[in-house]
Design a protein around this ligand. Structure first.
Ligand SMILES: NC(=O)c1ccc[n+]([C@@H]2O[C@H](COP(=O)([O-])OP(=O)(O)OC[C@H]3O[C@@H](n4cnc5c(N)ncnc54)[C@H](OP(=O)(O)O)[C@@H]3O)[C@@H](O)[C@H]2O)c1
Length: 412
C-alpha cells in the first residue's frame, strides 16, 4: 500500500523543513497512532459524501496532526475527505480507490441503519450506486414499503431466545446490510450479462427479503429472485403495497389448507398481512370474517369481508364451532389468541395458523399470482400513508405503533 501525503503532512518531513508543529505552537499534539475507522461514514461527517463500500476499505493516508485539531483531511477518489474524530490522527485511503477515476463513481441517495435502536438510527446518506453482477438486475426504485420486518430488524425487538442467532445472522451491533427495505417497485436500470428475462426500462415489483437494500435509489437483486413485471393497473406506490403482505398471507393461507366453501376468520384484518389475507380468502372462494379495532371496521368492510368483529367489543373465542380456519395475522408480541384460545371457535378438525409460525416459503409463482389477481381486480393495495425517503425515520415511528392500516409506502 502506498501512503498518500496530505497537504499538511508533517510526520515524514525532516526536522529542518517541517512546518511548526502543534507542540511548537503550544497545542497538544496527537500521537501518530493509527486508528481503525469502523462503521458507516455519514455524510454529515464529511465535506464530500463517500460510498459506504468504499469506506469499509478506507485506509492509508495521513491526517494533519500539526494543527492539534481533531479534524482530519485525506485525499480520496471522491475528493478531499474531512472528518472529525475523538482520537484519530491518521486516515488511510486504499490505493485501489486512489487509482479509480473520480468520475467513475456514481452516488445514490440511501437511508442507512447506523445501529440497532429507535427510528432515529436511520440516517439519510449517499452511497455508491451498485452495478449488477452477471445474473443480477439493477432496479431504479420508485417506491418501497416500511414493513413490520424492517422495523423488527432496525429495533432488534426480538424474543431473548432469538438474540444470539439473530445477531449472528443480521449483524452483531448493527445490521450487516445497513440499507434496510425488502420491497421494490421501480424500473430496470441495467442487467448483468447473463440476464435474458428482464430488460432495461421494464417496470417491475418484488421482494428481496433479508437481502434488504430497498431504502435506496438503486438496488441489485438476482434475476431469479422474487421479481416480476409490475401490474399494469397500479402505480409504483400501489405496487409497493402488494408483495410483503400478499406473499405472507398467501403462504399462511396455503399452510392452513384453505378451500372453497370454508368459513375463515382473519384476526388482525387491517394490517399489511390482514388486508391481503381477507381478499385472498375471497379469491379462494371461502367466506371471511375480519377482526380488527373499531376504527378499521369500515376499511375491512370495503375489502369485501362477509362479517366483521371488533376485538375491543366482542370476543370471538367465546363463540362455538364456527370456523374451519383461523388465521392470526398479528404478531405474537401483542399476545393475540393462541391455538388453545381458538379451540372453541373452530369446527372439529378446524385449523389454526399464526403469522409468527415458522419461516414463510415464498415463490415467484406466488408473486405472479398476486400480480394476476391485482390485474383482475381481485386484490387491491391498501396504503395508509406515503412518506418520502427523507422522512424514513418518521415512517418507522408510525409503523412501530403497530396500528397501520395496510401498508406504509416510501417514495423516491
Ligand atoms: N413468520 C414470519 O417470518 C413473519 C414475517 C413477517 C411478519 N411476521 C409477523 O406478521 C405480523 C403482522 O405484520 P403486518 O405487517 O401485517 O403488521 P401491521 O401491518 O403492523 O398490522 C398489525 C395488525 O395488528 C393489529 N393489532 C395491533 N394491536 C392489536 C391488539 N392488541 N389486538 C389485536 N390486534 C391488534 C392491528 O389492527 P388494529 O389497528 O385494528 O388494532 C393491525 O391490523 C408482524 O407483527 C410479524 O410478527 C412474521
Amino acid at each position: 500500500m502506498r501512503r498518500r501525503e496530505l497537504p499538511h503532512e508533517t510526520i515524514s518531513r525532516s526536522e529542518n523543513d517541517r512546518p511548526p508543529s502543534a507542540t511548537d505552537r503550544g497545542v497538544p499534539r496527537y500521537g501518530p497512532a493509527s486508528v481503525k475507522l469502523e462503521g458507516i461514514l455519514l455524510q454529515r461527517d464529511l465535506d464530500r459524501p463517500i460510498g459506504q463500500r468504499r469506506f469499509a476499505r478506507l485506509a492509508f493516508g495521513r491526517a494533519d496532526t500539526s494543527t492539534g485539531s481533531r479534524s482530519l483531511r485525506a485525499e480520496t477518489s471522491v475528493g478531499p475527505l474531512q472528518l472529525r474524530s475523538r482520537r484519530t490522527p491518521e486516515v488511510r485511503v486504499p490505493i485501489f480507490d486512489l487509482l479509480k477515476p473520480r468520475n467513475s463513481i456514481r452516488l445514490m441517495k440511501a437511508a442507512v441503519c447506523t445501529k440497532y435502536g429507535p427510528p432515529n438510527v436511520l440516517v439519510l446518506t449517499e452511497l455508491e450506486k451498485p452495478n449488477p453482477k452477471q445474473d443480477e438486475v439493477c432496479i431504479k426504485i420508485h417506491a418501497t414499503a416500511v414493513t413490520s420486518s424492517d422495523c423488527m430488524v432496525r429495533s432488534f425487538n426480538l424474543p431473548y431466545s432469538m438474540w444470539i442467532p439473530a445477531r449472528l445472522v443480521l449483524g452483531i451491533t448493527r445490521p450487516r446490510r445497513p440499507v434496510l427495505g425488502m420491497v421494490v417497485a421501480g424500473e430496470v436500470a441495467g442487467v448483468g450479462r447473463g440476464v435474458a428475462s428482464f430488460s432495461e426500462g421494464q417496470q417491475v415489483f418484488g421482494l428481496d427479503r433479508f437481502a434488504f437494500g430497498a431504502y435506496a435509489e438503486y438496488k441489485c437483486m438476482p434475476s431469479s429472485g422474487l421479481l416480476t413485471s409490475k401490474p399494469f393497473n397500479l402505480s409504483y406506490e400501489e405496487a409497493a403495497a402488494i408483495p410483503y403482505g400478499g406473499m405472507l398471507a398467501l403462504h399462511f393461507l396455503k399452510r392452513g389448507e384453505i378451500r372453497s366453501g370454508q368459513r375463515v376468520l382473519v384476526y388482525g384484518a387491517s394490517g399489511a398481512v390482514g388486508t391481503s389475507a381477507v381478499q385472498l380468502v375471497k379469491h379462494f372462494g371461502a367466506e371471511v370474517t375480519g377482526v380488527c379495532s373499531t376504527t378499521n371496521l369500515g376499511l375491512i368492510r370495503s375489502l369485501g369481508v362477509d362479517a366483521v368483529i371488533d376485538y375491543t367489543k366482542d370476543d370471538f373465542t367465546k363463540m362455538d364451532g364456527l370456523y374451519d380456519l383461523i388465521f392470526v395475522a398479528v404478531g405474537s408480541r401483542v399476545r393475540p389468541p393462541s391455538r388453545a384460545d381458538c379451540r372453541r371457535a373452530l369446527v372439529a378438525g378446524g385449523r389454526y395458523v399464526s403469522v409468527d409460525q415458522g419461516k414463510p416459503v415464498m415463490s415467484i409463482e406466488d408473486l405472479v399470482l398476486l400480480k394476476q389477481l391485482v390485474e383482475a381486480g381481485e386484490l387491491k393495495p391498501v396504503i395508509d400513508q406515503c412518506f418520502p425517503l427523507e422522512q424514513i425515520a418518521e415512517a418507522h415511528r408510525y409503523v412501530d405503533r403497530g396500528h397501520k392500516k395496510g401498508n406504509v409506502v416510501i417514495t423516491l
